[in-house]
Design a protein around this ligand. Structure first.
Ligand code: SF4
Length: 410
């Protein structure tokens, strides 16, 4: 297995000593003191906590009289995360900018959503940025918006993200938001809407990417592009781009993606498929609607067997009750599941939970009952490439990251 020098984000960033404690939700709420770095049974019953946000937010699915199984999302274990059956239900309404109505990508997407109501709009921000939206409630019934991206096709990669040693690091978001609902998702701090946006004009993204080459481009940070592949075909578009542009190296990160979405495509040297993993008990608590660890490992193994470059990430590592035991067990499960292919991994690693400070407060406010936010966080000024940025992170985040890395044998 190739090892990345950037297993620990903390190793990449020079930190200022100006750390101050971010007000702990526990302290604010008068809860019991939680020791930083230690599992604490007093945090409360994880199962009860996992149940409560749904009950609080209300479940439109249940209100509509559907089964619990449907309300939980696609049945991954029964054949994979195939949204085809659920798209019409999930995307009951599709808002389309007039300017992309005739775009072939729009036509492709609409052809898959025969039962959805299509509403023509002037600009996606009229829907996506409107005031008074509730991100959590919208997650229960997201709508799709098809638009034209006019700028920021391939911005520089965030200093919060791992460049894996690539100096020309960019990120590209052909879509915004995804169908999962993770308690720790930074997108809920970034966007006022949980609706999903697909930018039809990927040809303009490619024109910009071409100008930037050679470049390392992460194309699935603000969404789960592989999970949407049956609907959008954006992954196939990127693979074709990489075929004709050897100067490109792309990472496609996924939780819910199915390897079969790539069809019979042959592995490409300049494409890395990356899976974000978590222990099953934490998936159930914090990654609602996401497939199990076993399912994700199965997809990784298929990709490795087929000869693809595959990255394994425990990211973000969440401190929760018994987190050390849970991640130790999950790392072992990964080694067993990948078996002889473990050594073929491109790299493996972990990163403790952290978020841009500006987004963190909003994220925590929206997930007050989640154990994700029960551990003390600190505010820190960090520097990457000469740029100082504020992050909220665990006071012991290096130890958290290193602990899981050790479980992975790093
Ligand atoms: S899979 Fe990623 S983008 Fe989707 S909700 Fe979870 S953290 Fe957010």
């Amino acid at each position: 297995m190739k090892t990345s020098e950037s297993f620990s984000i903390s190793n990449l960033m020079k930190k200022s000593s100006q750390n101050k404690e971010v007000s702990s939700p526990d302290k604010e709420e008068g809860g019991p003191n939680k020791e930083a770095g230690g599992p604490n049974e007093e945090v409360g019953s994880p199962d009860k906590e996992a149940d409560s946000p749904d009950k609080e937010a209300g479940s439109p699915d249940k209100e509509e009289g559907d089964s619990d199984k449907e309300a939980d999302g696609p049945d991954y274990e029964a054949g994979g995360p195939d949204y085809e059956a659920g798209w019409n239900k999930a995307f009951s309404h599709v808002y389309v900018e007039t300017g992309v109505l005739e775009h072939p990508k729009t036509q492709r997407i609409l052809s898959k959503l025969a039962g959805s109501k299509v509403i023509e709009i002037g600009h996606y921000k009229d829907v996506f940025n409107r005031s008074g939206q509730n991100f959590k409630i919208q997650k229960n019934s997201p709508k799709l918006v098809i638009a034209r991206r006019t700028k920021d096709f391939c911005p520089l990669g965030s200093p919060m993200c791992d460049s894996f040693g690539n100096s020309r690091f960019y990120a590209s978001s052909q879509m915004m938001n995804c169908m999962l609902d993770c308690d720790y998702c930074y997108l809920q701090g970034m966007y006022s809407s949980a609706n999903v946006v697909a930018f039809a004009n990927i040809e303009d993204t490619f024109a910009e990417a071409e100008r930037l080459l050679p470049a390392y481009i992460c194309v699935s940070y603000d969404t789960d592009l592989l999970a949407f592949e049956g609907l959008t075909g954006f992954v196939s578009d990127w693979l074709r781009f990489c075929e004709s542009h050897p100067g490109a190296l792309i990472e496609i990160r996924t939780k819910a993606g199915s390897f079969s979405a790539l069809g019979s495509r042959r592995p490409q040297e300049n494409v890395i498929l990356a899976w974000s993993l978590a222990p099953d008990p934490l998936i159930k608590r914090f990654e609602r609607r996401a497939p199990s660890l076993g399912y994700r490992l199965q997809q990784m193994r298929k990709a490795l067997e087929a000869g693809w470059r595959v990255r394994l990430r425990f990211e973000p590592v969440i401190q929760a009750s018994n987190w050390r035991e849970l991640y130790k067990e999950a790392a072992l499960q990964a080694k067993i599941a990948l078996g002889p292919y473990w050594g073929n991994l491109e790299d493996a690693g972990a990163s403790a939970f952290r978020a841009p400070e500006g987004h963190f407060k909003r994220m925590r406010k929206m997930n007050k009952s989640s154990e994700v936010y029960a551990w003390p966080m600190v505010e820190a000024d960090e520097e990457t490439g000469g740029v100082v940025h504020k992050v909220a992170r665990y006071s012991n985040d290096e130890e958290v990251t290193r602990t899981v890395e050790r479980f992975l044998g790093l």
